[in-house]
Design a protein around this ligand. Structure first.
Ligand code: SF4
Length: 254
């Protein structure tokens, strides 16, 4: 199940992290399992100099991980798509993204430093304006809810947030781009199920970490073949979710 998502967007020092903290607290209090995802500048240091994981990567490892009895962290020396990062958060109900101003596949919460920034940060997916500066802002067609009313903010998110769209822009939903479907969903003109890569039972293909679009008839064929095979296996008679992954090379042509 793909979790719902919402992005908290704003320029530097607007108070985005304060908003994320408040929302995570409120949504968690409501019994939801919340994941977060932060976008940072290229220069942001991810690991701590001198720590073993950083030394491993400085020695040439392209990825390193640290596991403890209480948690784990993975450090990669390459960027990954937002969708893949969300998948790595595990079974969460909702993901709150911080940053990602250019992402147009998710509903957004606008955190401006002043009234002039609201329009700059709007892309048709804004559902509410909030943050430290929101107290003094006029209503600009989007609800303005100060952070002191975090319950109201969480209510809006619970009603409006939808799962992150795949960002494949394949046109399978009848819209030119995922962003166009996202705007139609928020406007109440379309349902999430329009996305042929997100609807119930959709087959998702990932090649070298990158999601690729599959036509509905190809999805159906893959699903039938894989399910037919799985159901003949001991333990696979009544599957709820099937994952298939393999490395290419060596014997694949044999
Ligand atoms: S079908 Fe899904 S992946 Fe393709 S453009 Fe529409 S929303 Fe995007």
């Amino acid at each position: 199940m793909v979790p719902r998502a919402v992005a908290v967007v704003g320029f530097k020092n607007a108070g985005k992290t304060k908003v994320v903290e408040a929302l995570v607290g409120e949504l968690t209090r409501r019994g939801l399992r919340v994941g977060t995802l932060k976008h940072a500048s290229r220069t942001h240091l991810l690991d701590t100099p001198g720590k073993d994981t950083m030394r491993h990567r400085e020695a040439g490892a392209v990825a390193s991980a640290i596991l403890t009895s209480e948690g784990a962290a993975v450090f990669l020396s390459h960027p990954i798509p937002v969708e893949e990062a969300v998948a790595r958060l595990g079974p969460v109900d909702i993901v709150v993204l911080e940053g990602f101003k250019s992402l147009d596949t998710v509903a957004r919460i606008v955190v401006p430093r002043d009234a002039g920034e609201v329009e700059e940060l709007a892309n048709g997916l804004e559902i509410v304006v909030t943050g430290p500066a929101a107290e003094n802002l006029p209503d600009a067609g989007i609800p303005v809810v100060p952070l002191t009313r975090v319950e109201e903010l969480a209510d809006i998110i619970e009603v409006k947030a939808f799962p992150l769209l795949p960002g494949l822009d394949c046109g399978g939903c009848g819209y030119e781009s995922c962003g166009d479907l996202a705007r139609a969903i928020l406007a109440g003109e379309a349902k999430m199920e329009k996305c042929v890569n997100r609807s119930a039972g959709a087959v998702r293909l990932r090649v070298d970490g990158r999601a690729l679009a599959l036509k509905p008839f190809v999805q159906k064929a893959v699903r039938n073949v894989v399910l037919g095979m799985v159901r003949t296996l001991k333990g696979g008679e009544d599957p709820r979710r099937v994952e298939v992954a393999f490395d290419v090379g060596g014997e694949e042509d044999g």
